[in-house]
Design a protein. Sequence first.
Lengths: 630, 109
Amino acid sequence: MKSFINILQITPSEVIDRITDSYSNFVLPFVIGISFIIIYLTVGFIRIVYHLPNRDKKKFFLSLITPKCILKNIKNIFFDCLLHTKIWKRNPLLGYMHSAIAFGWFLLIVLGHIEVALFVPKHLSFSQGAIFYPIFYRFFVWVNPEHITLRGNLFFFLMDFVLLYVLSGIGLAMFKRVRSIALGMRHTTKPALADRVALYSLWLIFPLRLLAESFTADVAGGSFLTRPMNYIFRSFFGNYLNFLPTWWAYSICLGLFFLAMPFSRYMHIVTEPLLILMRNAGLKVTKPRKGFAEAEIYSCSSCGLCIDACPMNVQKKNLKFSSVYFIRFLRRHNTKKINQIAEKCLLCNKCYELCPVGVDSPAIRIAQRQTLYNKISYDFSSACSPSHRNTSEKTNKGGILYFAGCMTQLTPVIIRSIEDIFKKAGENYSFIDKDGGLCCGRPLMMAGRMSAAKELIQKNKEIIINSGAKKLVLSCPICYKIFKEEYRLEEYGIQVIHYSEYIYNLIKEGIITPNKENVSYVYHDPCELGRGCNIYNEPRSIIESVGILKAAKKERDESICCGGSLGSLTLDHKDRTQVTEGALDNLTASGGEKIVTACPLCYKTFRLQSKLEIVDLAQIVAERLNGRQS
Amino acid sequence: MDFGISISPSSRIDLDNLKRDKWLKLIKIEPDALKCIACGSCCASCTGGIFTNVSLRSAILFLQNGKEEEALKLLKGCMLCGKCQMICPRGINTRHLIISINKIYSDEK
């Protein structure tokens, strides 16, 4: 016990200030850099919060004091900002590289401060150089070799160990610049000028730190890494004249990094925590460049994972339409390029799903389109007038409504199959747009015409609520997404489900039992159903109950858009066929006999180009039911 | 006495007086405008066409003949659902065409 207390007690003679006033001119570049970045961040934070709409401001500050939200924030910041679990999941080597640099650097800073707090606590006060002292701790102290404790040695070891950890990450990062495929990236971003300055200074910081600490290792202490280097250097330098230049170089690199940071990709280090706080508060993008969107834009780490994700990248000329370049142009206010990319995107949301930071660039694109097209005049008065449909009568009290939507009208086989299933299940259903109906509003929304979309939503809502039904079945994922997100039919006691969920429930409850046949199917996840509404398992389990399910090369949240998406405005027919071809290659790779999809748009697009037969989810179930009957 | 005959307003279009700068701007933004063969598939499949007089085919013909007002009227009820794009035998990017016509011809009136 006594010895334990002895260890904890500060030995006054263990660490002594080597430099009398604890200051040397070489810290200046670092101090300038860190002061600049702190001022820049404060101004930036105020600007972002200032541009939030009032409702969002309230939401944001309220979330900061809600205990449940605080816990979520802490958890997300720890796992996403420090460890970056999302990158680990993508590729372990890439994850190691990132966490070695990010988490390793964080550890170096924290350990440095703990060391100062334990051995020379007076230097944590502002007047004694709190800004720079813990960073350059080794330069300022002299360790009495007679009195080194176990605790001191532990810190020497830890600092060297963490430094080695960071250096291994830097080594991998350099290797990645030469051969990115080794770390699982086919394409990586072309760095801009500021990115290059920041990147090269970041690469230099840690080797220089190793060098600087090696020179001082015999004076200020070191461990397995710095001590041997110290012996080698001393043997041919023989004096201490090289102390100061290396510490100067180290400080200049740090300063340069901080000065270049606001104009480079490394802004994500400090903006990401803010993005997490704002996202957890439930904020949404409203303007394409201000407020929450600005937090998103500056959180982009320009890693380029979205380049490989983009379905348009089957053609090399389309690489420049990736989210990473979209955000780069947003940062530079290059309106012409911003519009060009915003209009080109298919809005398949794959880049958002794979983004390690979670930058919702599709939402920013829609916001940008709104600035272009929301003012276009429209007139739905004759379509929305009550004379066209009888909305006052309760046509289907407590029953099921089926809304096919525009696209399903082009694929009668889906409508027929669903009606067959309804009949077999003995449902009391009514088909509300049998003779054509209004559009759900999602295509208008994706084109940035929010106010026009709102009018259609209002009208459709009226029709559905007035029918008195309890359940709304949809066969188009595009409709399904907007019905779930914008219509708020749950408030009126109406359940909104996609037909894949509906059939899944029927099979699970044993109301219908399709025959199982020896046919293998590959399932294509439609963007709006999978990534849009998070429905991956229901369609798969339906397929398993009627045949054999084979996995596509990339599936679930990595599935590739069919190319027919209504998201893109300017992608022309020729380029679309290329995207479709890429998606089909992905589906046919595993050798299934038929391709199943659950979206009329994918169905129609694939059918024009596929060599394999394309079938719909409802179709394969309905066919099996007929077989049993006859 | 009414013989059912009257003098009707002239429907002559003087193409020499046509200002083509908007049309040229349109085909620069969306060259697909030139691909239309006026087959009418778009109208046949149109969601809005059931309730209103939306017709992309006629709108393109009107624009080529300098009848901008009439063309715009025909596109007011479009809900951009994209059915015509799936149907079009010429692979015209109809949604962008409609949105561009609206933007170019109604912005700069």
